[in-house]
Write a protein that binds this ligand. Structure first.
Ligand code: UD1
Length: 417
């Protein structure tokens, strides 16, 4: 079993270039199925989830090559329309391939994603929206079977601005005759990145970033080149890590405009932050303070993915901070592990009350999910003594070379396989 051994206490200091966004590259890799030729995707992070998406594309018959951070997908050779259960299990968000496979193959087949570490993760919004566009859907032995009927554009009102459902509709709508309008669409920056990619494939699509997105069919382009946007969650994670160690950090190739709620929280906690296009600088205060209640919300609200990293920081901040998790049902599983390090946290349903302690202590802890795992690494960096953080398969899904990057900032961290 792989683990990080972290001796806490070293103030982080230095500069990092933020990688391309995991949550942007995954739907874009699905969208390469709409290109009748080569898609050249730059700034692709080397992550377990990206490797899983590449395995899906290869399984479907696409030719995929990777050279450093550039992934080239040739979808002309696509010959299948199914995703086997083993690959669905590797990455639950592979449901985002559904819309794109239907567009290319006229049908799709995959197993139900089922529950995940963040609680039940239903796909009802994905399926009801695809039905509205004319896809007939049946379920058989835990599998979803989709057949494209007479696909026509439609007006789709989402009862919740689901990121994945918005992306699936955007992809499927490129096959429809007429216009599709998504109302109450997710407004995350990654949706805008997908829109930019789809525009390059010839789709008439606009509105991403707002709550109404309009799509009008597609002309399958013969080649597309795209650079993935910076990862705002990776950036927020390293900001929290620098803050808890009373360090200072410069992030480059970052989009500060996507991090305004996170920066506001860090400033409130006593950190000095300055932003300019493509660059963020943080210097941690001598004493971290509790902040006003943090409510996770769809973008532009506070991101659920940064709830646990910020909670690790608040575990050492003076005073009491309340976190209200509004997006996922089961996103406090890291709390038990933080308690082992001496944190003072109480959880009641979707509310967590964190009373900062003067010091956290090194302990042996287990990652429970991707961002919860990042929270444990942050807490260990800010703790007295040595921690062992195991189950690295979680952070490997979303952080490229996390240990190397933290070492380059002065952290005492080593990976043991
Ligand atoms: C995406 C991100 C994830 C982030 C989340 C919320 C990717 C690969 N992942 O996940 O990092 O934490 O957005 O910002 O981009 N829901 C339903 N029915 C549906 C779909 C969703 O009830 O059909 C619920 C989910 O259970 C959850 C909430 O809606 O409670 C948000 O889910 P959604 O926005 O779809 O998140 P993902 O796209 O899965």
């Amino acid at each position: 079993m792989s683990k990080y051994v972290i001796a806490g206490g070293n103030p982080l200091s230095g500069s990092l270039r933020v990688h391309g966004a995991k949550n942007s590259v995954l739907p874009i890799l699905a969208a390469t199925l709409l290109v009748n030729g080569e898609s050249v995707i730059h700034n692709c992070p080397d992550l377990k989830d990206v490797r899983s998406a590449i395995k899906i594309l290869s399984h479907l018959g696409c030719r995929v090559t990777r050279e450093n951070d550039t992934v080239i997908v040739d979808a002309r050779t696509m010959s299948r329309f199914d995703i086997p259960e083993s690959l669905m299990r590797e990455m639950r968000s592979s449901v985002m391939f559904l819309g794109a496979i239907i567009v290319r193959a006229g049908k799709a087949r995959m197993s139900f994603p089922g529950g995940c570490e963040l609680g039940p993760r239903p796909i009802d919004l994905h399926l009801s929206s695809l039905k509205k566009l004319g896809v007939s859907i049946s379920e058989e032995g835990g599998e979803i079977i989709c057949e494209a009927g007479d696909m026509k554009g439609a007006e789709i009102n989402l009862s919740f601005p689901s990121v994945g459902a918005t992306e699936n509709i955007m992809l499927a709508a490129t096959m429809c005759s007429g216009r599709t309008r998504i109302i109450n669409a997710a407004r995350e920056p990654e949706i805008e990145d997908l829109e930019k990619f789809l525009q390059k494939t010839g789709s008439k699509i606009h509105g991403a970033g707002g709550s109404v997105i309009e799509i009008e069919g597609a002309a399958f382009a013969s080649g597309v080149e795209h650079t993935v946007m910076p990862d705002r969650i990776e950036a927020a994670t390293y900001l929290c890590a620098a803050a808890i160690t009373h360090g200072e950090i410069e992030l480059l190739s970052v989009a500060p405009e996507h991090l305004s709620t996170v920066v506001a929280a860090l400033e409130e906690s006593g950190c000095f932050v300055s932003a300019e296009p493509g660059r963020l600088y943080l210097r941690s205060g001598n004493e971290l303070k509790a902040i006003r209640p943090v409510r996770t919300m769809p973008y532009p609200g506070f991101p659920t993915d940064v709830q646990s990293p910020l909670m690790a920081l608040m575990a050492k901040a003076k005073g009491t901070t309340i976190f209200i998790e509004n997006i996922f049902e089961n996103r406090f599983r890291h709390v038990c592990e933080l308690l082992r390090m001496g944190a003072n946290i109480r959880v009641e349903g979707k509310i967590a009350v964190i009373t900062g302690v003067p010091k956290l202590s090194g302990a042996s802890v287990k990652m429970t999910d991707l961002r919860g795992g990042a929270a444990l690494v942050i807490a260990a960096l800010g703790a007295d003594g040595v921690s062992e953080v195991c189950e690295l398969s979680h952070t490997d899904r979303g952080y490229e070379k996390m240990d190397e990057r933290l070492r380059s900032l002065g952290a005492d961290i080593k990976r043991v396989e």
